[in-house]
Write a protein that binds this ligand. Structure first.
Ligand SMILES: Nc1ncnc2c1ncn2[C@@H]1O[C@H](COP(=O)(O)OP(=O)(O)O)[C@@H](O)[C@H]1O
Ligand SMILES: [Mg+2]
Length: 305
């Protein structure tokens, strides 16, 4: 039986008069890498904190790995890299991971080997004996990521994991997420870095003012939002309206016509049709709508503020 990794039903958080999360219903499957996208203040962090039992929902219900929110046995199988972390800065990187491992019930040689492996994975082995107070934001984020993975979690929450990282660090996080996916771990990624989400995630939700406004799989983004631009002469009104068979949002501007097609198969079909109609084609190009364009279209240019 497959258990839904994250399942919420109308989860809501109100601070005073202000609803930070307004009845959020979402399902994320085991093994999925899921991107939670939204402008600053949309409610992304609040949503994660409710799932982890760090913020009490005002109303609604939720389950992690099949158990109601707050289940301690399940939380022991969950990893979390907070957005604004306050780590024990007087500890060294090694001591910090030792402490968090012990809090998770890990011990002895198994814990030591896990710490060795993770420090190596996040590139901090040379800094093992350095106090966290001497670390840069990016180094703290790396050690925080190691901390989030100590327990071989079945589900990991990463809240803006790359905000302090340089390009090398960002690539590292991407690779680690890829490895987690291969191991079947569910990764829930909060971010406003769209290009990163686009590379990493299977599915995304757009959140605005505490509500999910759209959920889509990135495969469908590749298929359903291909824009085709054709430069040609001899296009008549009748031909343009015939092209609606293969695509939508047809716009003609002089010798250039653009349209969105559902499937790539449409492109050779349109080409054949145009040639049969005696149209002279000078170029055809296909571009995919980027996640950034879709974000602006969905959330609005004001970022939803
Ligand atoms: N403890 C709190 N008290 C009052 N308002 C809060 C609190 N935490 C978050 N908020 C507000 O809730 C909204 C959502 O915040 P947050 O979940 O941090 O957004 P995001 O992570 O998407 O940037 C923001 O307007 C924020 O100011
Ligand atoms: Mg946040």
């Amino acid at each position: 039986m497959t258990v839904t990794a994250i399942d919420t039903d109308q989860l809501r958080k109100v601070y005073g008069e202000f609803a930070a999360v307004k009845g959020l219903t979402l399902q994320v499957s085991q093994g999925e890498v899921f991107g939670f996208l939204g402008p600053n203040g949309a409610g992304k962090t609040t949503f994660i904190k409710m799932l982890l039992g760090l913020v009490k929902p005002t109303s609604g219900r939720g389950w992690l790995l099949g158990a109601p929110l707050g289940d301690r046995a399940v939380l022991a199988r969950v990893g979390f890299l907070p957005e604004h972390f306050r780590f024990q800065e007087w500890l060294t990187a090694g001591e910090f991971l030792q402490l968090h491992g012990e809090l998770l019930g890990l011990e002895g040689k198994a814990l030591k080997m896990r710490i060795d492996g993770l420090l190596d994975r996040v590139g901090l082995t040379p800094f093992r004996k350095k106090q966290l107070r001497t670390f840069s934001k990016g180094m703290l984020q790396r050690v925080g990521l190691a901390q989030a993975l100590l327990n071989h979690p079945a589900l990991v929450f990463l809240d803006e994991p790359t905000s302090g990282l340089d390009p090398v660090g960002r690539r590292l996080v991407r690779e680690i997420i890829q490895e987690l996916r291969e191991e079947g771990t569910c990764v829930f990624l909060n971010s406003h870095l769209l290009s990163e989400i686009e590379i990493t995630c299977d599915r995304v939700a757009f959140i605005k003012h505490g509500e999910v406004v759209r959920v889509l799989s990135l495969d469908s983004l590749a298929d359903a939002h291909a824009q085709v631009t054709i430069c040609a002469t001899g296009l008549t009104e009748a031909i343009l309206s015939d092209m609606a068979r293969w695509g939508r949002d047809i716009h003609a501007n002089g010798q250039e016509v653009t349209l969105f097609v559902e499937k790539d198969d449409a492109i050779p079909e349109i080409t054949r049709y145009l040639v049969e109609q005696g149209v002279d084609i000078y170029s055809i190009s296909r571009s995919r709508q980027s996640l950034e364009e879709l974000f602006i279209e969905t959330v609005g240019k004001d970022g939803g503020l």
